[in-house]
Ligand binder design. Structure first.
Ligand code: GAP
Length: 460
């Protein structure tokens, strides 16, 4: 399934209202996207499944929704102002901008994105003769410079924080760290415990050429799990396993399309870091990072805020700063992965072709489509409306009376609707509807009185 090309997914997303480019009527805003009527449903389902699995599924994990604006000192303490940058080079000929590590990779040279500006320039100079501008084919680049990814906003001095600018948050987890003490005080949770958050993050990404894979505004789903220092590697290994299984069991991703990427060069404070990668149409790339971050985040915030962020262990009577295990993924990347995984182009026995999304029912934007056989027969339309009204209380449903039934099935297949219900003359005579299964395309006659129980057994 993931052998498809990115263009097919982009075209499906636009055609069927999953994703539009931001501000398209003004020519678009690069690397910013809007989620359309089906896109917002799929994205909501992705977030709900994650939240259910982590927050509802564990009695020691709680949720949070912290603000996007934060005190400027947060980003100094976290290291983002000093270090949150990508290596930027510009083509002197066409002025396109690129990440130096990505250009080097295209020339077969491996660079580590954490290298300093000097290290990058040295490496880039050594291999300059191999690097070609992907946009104009020239070989004339500027020097590499570190480009900070934080997006500055214009809140000015209203915060009383002095001359420092306020940023749109570059990652959601900082809101968790600065609320860790509040949450401990108000919930009396004891280690180990987790705080989960879903929310927007913003980054001045240099290159954004892979649709919603890398965008300048995106949503993150982040779990920060607070543990005893002696237990962090054990917890880390457990979370690694849980998160891997989540993609296979809960989201239905094939193991063949997933792999681990181990970070060889760790940040000085980190104990271990692995990414889960998915086989996108453009190759294996990260969807989620699972990192053992030591006590770095809380120590930094304690140092910069002057507020004690340590933990008193009522059993051992020790006081220490908890260590953190993080599991961080992006809604957009999971969205793109699910489309790639679910997408199929299938030849039908009658010689025609269909495009279908084999999404798990829990993820499908529309669960049930309801069709009156003929739109010009008021008695069929009225009965179909009646059934639609009964079903819509239980699931996100769609009423469609446009075109012939075959066309309506094709439309629902393309957006991944698992079941379509047709109301015909048999419904009026015998109270029976036809239910058609998206994957097998088999049709079954079901009594209207049993329809909700039937669909529940399939969907829930
Ligand atoms: N708090 C850790 C953190 O933010 P990250 O690897 O920079 O780590 C975590 O981001 C996840 O967020 C990634 O695995 C990816 O799914 C998503 N993500 C990061 N940058 C993104 C971008 N520019 N566009 C879309 N998703 C992004």
């Amino acid at each position: 399934m993931s052998d498809i090309d990115l263009d097919s997914l982009v075209s499906l997303c636009k055609r069927r209202g999953f994703i539009y480019q931001s501000s398209e009527i003004y020519g678009g805003l690069a690397a910013v996207y809007d989620y359309g009527p089906y896109g917002v449903e799929l994205a909501n389902n992705i977030k709900q499944l994650w939240w259910k699995d982590l927050v509802y599924g564990h009695d020691n994990i709680v949720g949070l929704d912290s603000a996007i604006f934060m005190h400027p000192k947060v980003w100094r303490a976290s290291g983002h102002i000093a270090n949150f940058s990508d290596p930027l080079v510009e083509c002197r000929h066409c002025h396109s901008r690129f990440r130096a590590d990505e250009l080097l990779a295209q020339a077969g040279v491996k660079a580590n994105e954490t290298m300093s500006e000097n290290e990058f320039n040295q490496l880039f100079d050594d291999y300059r003769h191999l690097v070609v501008c992907p946009d104009c084919g020239q070989q004339n680049f500027t020097a590499v410079r570190r480009f900070n990814l934080l997006v500055e906003s214009n809140l000015g001095d209203f915060t009383g924080s002095g001359a420092e600018p306020v940023y749109l948050r570059g990652e959601t987890c900082q809101g968790i760290y600065v609320n860790y003490k509040n949450i401990m005080d108000s919930t009396r949770l004891q280690l180990p415990f987790g705080i989960a958050q879903i929310g927007k993050a913003f980054r001045n990404e240099i290159t954004a050429r892979q649709f919603i894979f890398r965008t300048r505004e995106f949503e993150q789903m982040e779990l920060q799990y607070f543990v005893k220092p002696t237990e962090d590697l054990e917890e880390f290994n457990q979370w690694k396993e849980q998160r891997w299984n989540y993609y296979i069991n809960n989201l239905g991703i094939s193991t063949n399309n997933l792999q681990w990427h181990k970070h060889e060069k760790l940040a000085f404070y980190a104990k271990a870091a692995f990414d889960i990668e998915y086989k996108f149409p453009f190759g294996f790339q990260e969807i989620e990072g699972i990192h053992a971050r030591g006590d770095y985040d809380l120590s930094q915030h304690q140092k910069y805020s002057g507020v004690k962020l340590d933990y008193y262990d009522p059993i051992s009577h020790e006081t220490f700063i908890p260590h953190i295990v993080e599991a961080s993924s992006g809604v957009g990347r999971v969205f793109l992965m699910l489309l790639a995984e679910a997408y199929g182009e299938e030849n039908l026995p009658d010689g025609s072709k269909r495009i279908v999304l084999h999404l798990k029912p829990a993820l499908a934007p529309i669960k049930v489509a309801v069709f009156p056989l003929l739109r010009n027969r008021p008695e069929l339309v009225a009965k179909a409306r009646e059934i639609f009204d009964q079903l819509k209380v239980h699931w996100r449903c769609e009423f469609d009376d446009n075109g012939n039934i075959g066309k309506r099935y094709r439309r629902q297949d393309e957006i991944g609707t698992p079941y379509s219900v047709t109301i015909d003359f048999d419904t009026l005579a015998n109270n029976v509807v036809t239910v058609r299964d998206r994957d097998s395309m088999k049709q079954e006659s079901i009594n209207v009185n049993e329809l909700i129980a039937y669909l529940s057994s399939k969907l829930n």
